[in-house]
Design a protein around this ligand. Structure first.
Ligand SMILES: Cc1cc2nc3c(=O)[nH]c(=O)nc-3n(C[C@H](O)[C@H](O)[C@H](O)COP(=O)(O)OP(=O)(O)OC[C@H]3O[C@@H](n4cnc5c(N)ncnc54)[C@H](O)[C@@H]3O)c2cc1C
Length: 482
């Protein structure tokens, strides 16, 4: 019997367990799979709070349904039937630029929105004629530099930088475009232009409806929130999940320990408290980058050192609920991004009760605001009351909202979203090379190859499959494989 231990029961670790379990029969002698989770509940950042008729996502609320591997995994569980598409309102997005302005997809309507001035618009329209850069240059560029080169300074400042705040809670000038938005780099590489590439992608999507969601995907969630996906996965057959079990470290089992006639296990997993050490033939570290670093430091010091360099600043989510009368203060839409230059601490706000049914009681309004990130980490030092007050005040100023909230929920993620900085691509290469020397150790989670909920899931699926195949005797399987 081989033993696979997975560290972390976020979406990545649970998908890894689910996929490894699917390949159990390929492992001679059988495969036992154990997921260890430090906290009392599964889901990691996917944490749904239900109270007094409100359903609040304190982490991810929805994802783009564009990963067929994740879809296929969900289809094998009962939870797939609970998937819900966002209402049409989700297609309308706003930017604060003096006042609220809708970011229109139609070029003429966008031009009229006033977000970008006439010179900025002309520069954006020139994008198809800007020569493509060599791959090396694009690989070394920040998101902001890439956007400035292709679209001009105004678009980089007014459109792209707020978008980066919305996805990474990060600074577009410090994050790597090839690590954060590989699809943009691929559009330039393959089509010589983002605009030409997007037009080609749209045509291809219309021709080739291989999966209904298409490459850009529909925005989806689940009737009972995203944590319910993790709960459903944790309840599936083929593996065991143990909560309140923090992995302190993973040790290599030395030859002397093993005795002459013993093959695997290779690792011993030490769990906090009085729990006995757990033997493992392979380990998948599916925690956050910094947590994976601590767990694997003994067996893979180079991997740990590189993982520790990945900054993970805080994000605070403040959810406020208002009586139905407040609905008229918010336009129809997904939410608003707030560029730093506008002078607010809120990075963006999402209008949840417009997106999915069942998020608020009887027509009440549920709004979430995000703060912090690498651009304002100090905000996480405020206590919950001060955070609610700050968000109330800023929402009142932005939306002219006079209503008093009747509900609030605050979640202060002290270390929330990994920042893929300019060193990230070379760091990932170093980690992958170092993993070659630690057979039986696999890395999942969102630390390396994408922070979207569905991307973390796919990373887990691939690592789960690789670990199972490795245990089944496929010798060439190592590394992190995106
Ligand atoms: C506020 C916020 C909003 C977000 N919004 C969105 C969104 O709308 N859409 C989207 O697509 N993405 C969103 N994301 C990103 C997305 O939620 C995450 O990237 C994804 O959920 C990460 O999943 P994961 O399994 O890799 O890691 P996590 O969810 O972080 O799970 C890691 C788990 O490992 C456990 N762990 C760590 N160390 C140990 C140890 N030593 N022993 C045992 N267990 C351990 C942790 O307790 C945790 O449960 C958001 C993230 C945040 C923070």
């Amino acid at each position: 019997m081989k033993h696979l231990v997975i560290i972390g029961a976020g979406i990545s670790g649970l998908c890894a367990a689910h996929e490894a379990a699917r390949h159990r029969s390929e492992v001679a002698g059988g495969l036992d799979i154990l997921v260890l989770e430090a906290s009392p509940a599964v889901g990691g950042k996917a944490r749904t709070v239900k109270r007094d008729g409100w359903l609040v996502e304190t982490g991810p609320a929805a994802y783009l349904d564009n990963e067929p591997e994740f879809d296929e995994l969900l289809a094998r569980t009962g939870i797939a039937g609970e998937k819900v598409e966002a209402n049409e309102a989700a297609a309308r997005r706003y930017l604060l630029h003096g006042r609220l302005r809708e970011v229109k997809a139609n070029p003429l309507a966008f031009a009229r929105s006033g977000i970008v001035g006439p010179m900025g618009l002309l520069r954006m329209m020139a994008e198809p004629f800007i020569r493509r850069a060599g791959l090396e240059r694009a690989a070394a560029e920040s998101v902001w530099d890439f956007a400035r080169r292709r679209l001009g300074v105004e678009a980089a400042d007014k459109l792209i930088a707020p978008m980066v705040l919305g996805v990474f809670a990060g600074d577009a000038r410090r994050l790597s475009v090839s690590a954060c938005f590989p699809r943009l780099v691929a559009l330039e590489r393959d089509h010589g232009s983002l605009i030409r590439g997007m037009i080609a992608a749209r045509k291809k999507r219309a021709r080739d409806q291989r999966f209904s969601s298409g490459p850009s995907g529909k925005l989806v969630s689940f009737r009972r929130g995203l944590q319910s996906v993790a709960v459903a996965l944790a309840e599936s057959d083929g593996f065991t999940v143990r909560c309140d079990a923090k992995v302190e470290t993973v040790e290599a089992v030395t030859a002397a320990d093993e005795g002459a006639d013993r093959g695997p296990p290779r690792y011993r997993v030490l769990v906090g408290g009085d729990a006995a050490p757990i033997e493992a033939s392979a380990v998948i570290a599916a925690g956050e980058a910094f947590a994976n670093a601590d767990a694997v430091a003994d067996i893979a010091p180079e991997v740990a050192a590189a993982l520790r360099q990945i900054a993970t600043p805080p994000v605070v989510v403040v959810a406020l609920g208002y009586r139905p009368q407040a609905a008229s203060s918010f336009p129809t839409g997904f939410g608003v991004l707030i560029p730093r230059a506008q002078g607010y601490r809120i990075l963006g706000s999402i209008w949840d009760s417009q997106l999915f049914a069942g998020r608020s009681p009887d027509g009440h309004v549920l709004v979430r605001a995000m703060l912090g990130g690498s651009v304002d980490p100090d905000v996480a030092a405020l206590d919950d009351d001060a955070l609610v007050e700050l968000v109330r005040d800023e929402l009142a100023r932005i939306f002219g909202l006079t209503s008093v909230p009747v509900f609030s929920e605050v979640k202060n993620w002290r270390r929330a979203i990994p920042q893929y900085d300019l060193e990230h691509p070379s760091r990932v290469a170093r980690i992958e090379a170092a993993l070659e020397h630690t057979p039986g150790l696999f890395l999942a989670g969102n630390g390396l190859h994408g922070v979207a909920f569905s991307k973390s899931a796919v990373t887990g699926i691939r690592q789960g499959r690789r670990a199972a195949l490795w245990l089944a005797g496929a010798p060439s399987v190592t590394g992190t494989d995106p």
